[in-house]
Ligand binder design. Structure first.
Ligand code: SAM
Length: 268
């Protein structure tokens, strides 16, 4: 996996937050935040926070006394996340690589990560870090996308970029959807030392209010925009192609599409 796939920088966070989060991330964020809130934690550490969709729900849902630490590899994503909080709302933001987490052993009640683990080059190493940091009796909740077959918007996007660059197609849209084997997830968690692990598949139908806006997010709200530029392509033209291909697949606005993801829980 090349670094470009983890490069959520420049104008990516703005498009990601405005055009992708409301369509493909918000519903799963609500499900994941609910799992954390139900545990009534006194401290939460979030990995791969991005623009803070889960963080916002957590701050609204957990007790005032609960400390929330929100982290991400890319500071520009956290800059957008910070804007979602008033000065008196206690959330600490920190740039952290999820494979080397500068927290003490047994220091946090619950850890959470929405759609981040697919980008971690060494997932077992990251899970080992989580286990080290969790207090005995603590929990780790994360989710990861199902395959292209069950997230057809991603298959459409991948097909469009492969048609545009048949000899050297951008690889970004394979990355978030490559980790979709429940047995592999359990095995990785077990290898890291988690003995109690549950995996659940959650499938939903989601309305896309504007496929034009979603297509813009699809190209400009991900590192794929940079991959297209690196190949001499025109991202605006790709937005049009993605929009047309989405309409052909799902119909005119407001269309509906299926989404599918795995939710993994590890108990310490
Ligand atoms: C698809 S976004 C998910 C963001 C957010 N959790 C959400 O639900 O919108 C993936 C995030 O993973 C972050 N990321 C990639 N590699 C990482 C790493 N090694 N450690 C921590 N975060 C990483 C990216 O910066 C990006 O914000």
């Amino acid at each position: 996996m090349s670094d470009v796939n983890s490069n959520f920088v420049g104008s990516v966070p703005k498009y990601y937050d405005s055009a992708l989060v409301p369509v493909i991330f918000i519903d799963y964020a609500q499900d994941l935040a609910k799992l954390v809130i139900e545990r009534e934690p006194k401290s939460v550490l979030e990995l791969a926070t991005g623009t803070g969709v889960v963080t916002r729900l957590l701050r609204d849902g957990v007790s005032q006394e609960c400390e929330i630490f929100a982290s991400d590899l890319n500071e520009p994503m956290l800059e957008v996340a910070r804007q979602k909080f008033k000065a008196d709302e206690a959330v600490s933001f920190q740039t952290i690589d999820a494979m080397e987490i500068p927290f003490e052993d047994h220091s946090v009640d619950v850890m959470v990560c929405q759609f981040g683990v697919m980008f971690f080059p060494d997932k077992v190493k990251s899970y080992r870090e989580v286990l080290r940091i969790l207090r005995p009796g603590g929990h780790y909740f994360f989710n990861a996308w199902d395959s292209h077959a069950f997230n057809p918007f991603a298959a459409v996007g991948q097909r469009v970029v492969e048609e545009a660059f048949p000899d050297d197609s951008p690889g970004f849209y394979k990355v978030p959807f490559h980790y979709h084997d429940a047995e592999e997830m359990k095995r990785d968690m077990n290898d890291a030392g988690f003995s109690s692990v549950e995996v659940e598949r959650k499938q939903i139908k989601k309305k896309i209010p504007s496929q034009e806006s979603f297509a813009k997010g699809f190209i400009y709200g991900n590192p794929i925009g940079e991959e297209i530029r690196m190949r001499g392509g025109d991202p605006d033209a790709m937005v049009e192609k993605v929009r047309d291909a989405m309409e052909a697949e799902f119909g005119k606005d407001p269309a509906e599409m299926p989404l599918s993801a795995f939710f993994v829980t590890g108990h310490k």
